[in-house]
Every structure is written in C-alpha cells, then in structure tokens.
Design a protein around this ligand. Sequence first.
Ligand code: PAN
Ligand code: ZN
Length: 197
Amino acid sequence: MRRTYDVPLNILIDLARGTLEEFEEEVVRRASHLRGIFADGVALERVIAAGDPVVYEVRSCTPPEAAGHLAICSSVIHSGRVGLEYHMTKGHYHVNAASGEIYICVRGRGYVLLQDNSGRTEELPLSPGTVSYVPPGWAHRTVNTGDSPLSFIGVYPADAGHDYGTILATGMKRTVMDDGGVPTPVDVSRLGLKQTG
Ligand code: PAN
Ligand code: ZN
C-alpha cells in the first residue's frame, strides 16, 4: 500500500546495511550514468567497458513535494575507483536554494564535498555516526574512499528539488584522489585530466 505521509509513521532502516527497508523509489546509478562526473574520462570508459558496475543506489521515501514535508533517502556507494578518483555521486544543488539537508553516516568511510555559488568549498569526513549538516545553498557530492560500501541516510525538505545541470556544466572544484594510497581532498585541476561526456 502506498503511504500518503499524512499520518505519523515509522520507517525502518537496516542498520547493518545502512539502507531503508521500506521505500517508494529506487535509483541505481552505473558507471555509464556518470559521464562528465569523473576527471579521467578515459579511465571511466575503461570501467564501463569492463562491465559497467553499479556505483551507487538510492532508496527514497516520497512524501508530497510540499512545504513542511521531509523526504528521507538512503544511499549506498559501492567501493571502487575511476582513475585516481573514488566512486562518488553525481552531486547537485537543491532547486529551492532555501533547502538544507542532513546526512547521517551509517557504514563505511568517505567524504561529502560541498561548495556554494560564491566559490567556497568544504570537505566533511564521513564515518559511522557522523551527522553532516548541509546548509541551504551548498552543492553536495559524496565519495566512498574505503574498501567497503559507504551508506548514509539523507533527510531534506520534500520540496527541495534536485539541480544536476549546474554541477554537470561547471564541475565541482574539489575531488578526492588517491595520493600514494591516502585518500586526499584536492583541487580537480591537480588531476590535470580532461572530462568526457
Ligand atoms: C541524496 C542524494 C544521493 C545521490 O539523497 O540524492 O546521495 O546523489 P545524487 O542525487 O547527487 O546522484 C541527496 O542529497 N538528496 O537531496
Ligand atoms: Zn541533496
């Protein structure tokens, strides 16, 4: 039965996996959905040709997209690399710029990369128990730097909307690279590679 979210209710999270057990929508993003996201487009095409792995999966509860309601989702980013970068999400601004978000990390290790449209950037490390506060107006992208899945729960205004186009057009300033075995936040320009797609 589809939930209408007009009465109080509980939603179950599988705490071992860090995923919603009850949800209305699921999105599976494979490497081939992420052209233009990674700095090393050649490495990405190799990963796609080698089997096009699932990079991340998002389950969402979908209350009405109206002021006052809160959307809840779980994201699992599988461990993996594209060139010197790690598996990561597309990243987005919220269309309604007044919408913030919180991420509650349940499993794994990584970073949430943030930037605002005045050029400020921030990287917040993620590990089980971290609650990351994304203020209104900050784009956010999540990176799994570990050997196991990174899972987190996101809570945000149901009418936030997702703007992927701005990040696709401009890229994000910062990324995380494997620097001699150490996941290190760096300027994308440090990678010196061309994006494709
Ligand atoms: C998250 C993200 C999720 C996937 O639920 O949507 O982690 O990332 P992309 O949407 O950038 O592909 C969230 O921030 N929602 O607002
Ligand atoms: Zn968001």
